[in-house]
Write a protein that binds this ligand. Structure first.
Ligand SMILES: [Zn+2]
Length: 410
């Protein structure tokens, strides 16, 4: 029923819709993304779906059920990529969803409920520094001011929409009502090493970790590297280093919590000057909100102490806060059943990465299947998923869709 070779061929073809780069680079509202959209529209039509683009450039292919007014089960993922990305992130979910509906049509399965394959516009947020553009528009959580976000060339989302022939003032028309939707299922690569370590082809996402991002500033005094004794220095970088080591140590005490310092700016940044000012980012993710907050409090208190001892000044600011989201318990249970029927241990996983399912959870029940990717590599040209895993993931998606639509929404 599932033609994994066809899925892989399509993934390879979509990878050619890219700016010239080391990997796949397909930002939203570009020639590359329009080429990819046209392929997807073509494949949806070939499968027998009626296809439209909504007011936020999402592509929607609909397979009608017996009752056209019944709520819709949506399945899909996103088409855009980061810079120098792999071929599978997002894409696999869109192409597998087309394959699922193709299989239903080929077997003449008609359910009560319509099924829509969705290819979301701009999940990664690479171009406009914002995420979940298409899925937020559908969920009704996108705000007018979000459309004023600009890319590095100063082009806003609103004018990029205009450029592809979509009136940005209409964006609210893309919003679906809660009663219109039965649920949302997404198939996506894991983007981490857990499934490979456990030797499993697929896993079940039970929730999405909350994420906090802060910028921390440590201020000392920039002085001559050759004349000021070590005992009387106010070295901001040594203070920041001690802080970063504490962040790692404290994170290791909390199994499941992720803490990362990914960017460090040292000023004045000269080899013969004692660092006078350091700012660094702190990204913390955890499914347990209260534990994350406690962790942050401990970190800030400890850094305050470190800075006090070293006569440095410490300040911090929050730049991002995303609450944790749980998948639908009913869908998790249903996916567990499908996994067991296929003799695959049902491993429940917390996603540390963001996905369209998070935005969709604001209006409907969401479920998500992760597919193993080689060595956990993602957002990189070496991203790879085996043909066997593509086949298994798509089969699990198909059987889950069947269970949902045949059981009257479970
Ligand atoms: Zn993705």
């Amino acid at each position: 029923m599932i033609n994994a070779h066809r899925i892989l061929e399509r993934i390879e073809l979509l990878a050619t819709c890219s700016k010239l780069s080391k990997g796949v680079t397909r930002l939203s509202f570009t020639k590359e993304s329009m080429d990819a959209e046209n392929l997807v529209i073509d494949w949806m039509q070939q499968a027998g779906l009626s296809v439209r683009k909504d007011e936020m450039n999402n592509i929607i292919g609909r397979y009608e059920g017996r009752d056209p007014d019944a709520p819709v089960l949506m399945i899909g993922s996103h088409l855009d990529s980061v810079i120098d990305a792999g071929k599978f992130d997002g894409i696999l979910g869109v192409i597998a969803a087309i394959e699922v509906v193709q299989a239903l049509i080929n077997s003449k399965v008609v359910s009560e409920f319509p099924i829509e394959v969705i290819s979301f516009c701009d999940e990664e947020g690479t171009r406009f520094h914002t995420t979940f553009l298409g899925s937020k528009a559908i969920a009704g959580t996108l705000k007018e001011e979000d459309l004023q976000m600009q890319d590095d060339a100063g082009i806003s989302i609103a004018s990029a929409l205009n450029d592809v022939g979509i009136d940005p003032t209409n964006f609210r028309a893309a919003t679906r009502s809660k009663k219109d939707l039965l649920g949302y299922l997404e198939l996506h690569i894991e983007q981490g090493p857990v499934l490979q370590e456990k030797q499993l082809p697929c896993g079940i996402v039970s929730g999405f970790a909350s994420a906090s991002r802060h910028i921390l500033h440590v201020e000392g005094r920039a002085e001559h590297a050759g004349t000021v004794p070590l005992t009387s220095r106010k070295d901001a970088l040594v203070g920041a280093a001690e802080a970063i080591l504490f962040i790692e140590k404290n994170a290791k005490r909390n199994n499941g919590l992720m803490a990362t310092v990914g960017k460090l700016v040292v000023e004045p940044g000269a080899s013969n000057v004692i660092p006078g000012f350091v700012s660094f980012t702190l990204d913390v993710r955890d499914i347990i909100e209260s534990r994350k907050l406690r962790f942050l409090q401990e970190v800030f208190e400890k850094i305050q102490e470190i800075c006090h001892d070293r006569k440095l000044v410490f300040q911090y600011e929050r730049i991002l806060e995303i609450p944790s989201v749980m998948c639908s318990k009913r869908y998790v249970a249903l996916l567990e059943e499908v996994f067991k029927e296929n003799d695959i241990p049902a491993l429940e996983m917390i996603s540390g990465a963001g996905h369209d399912a998070i935005a969709m959870s604001d209006i409907t029940e969401v479920g998500m299947i992760f597919v193993r990717c080689k060595d956990g590599i993602s957002h990189h040209p070496d991203e790879h998923v085996s043909l066997e895993d593509i086949e298994m993931g798509t089969r699990l998606l198909l059987e889950s869709v069947l269970k949902i639509v045949m059981n009257e929404g479970v």
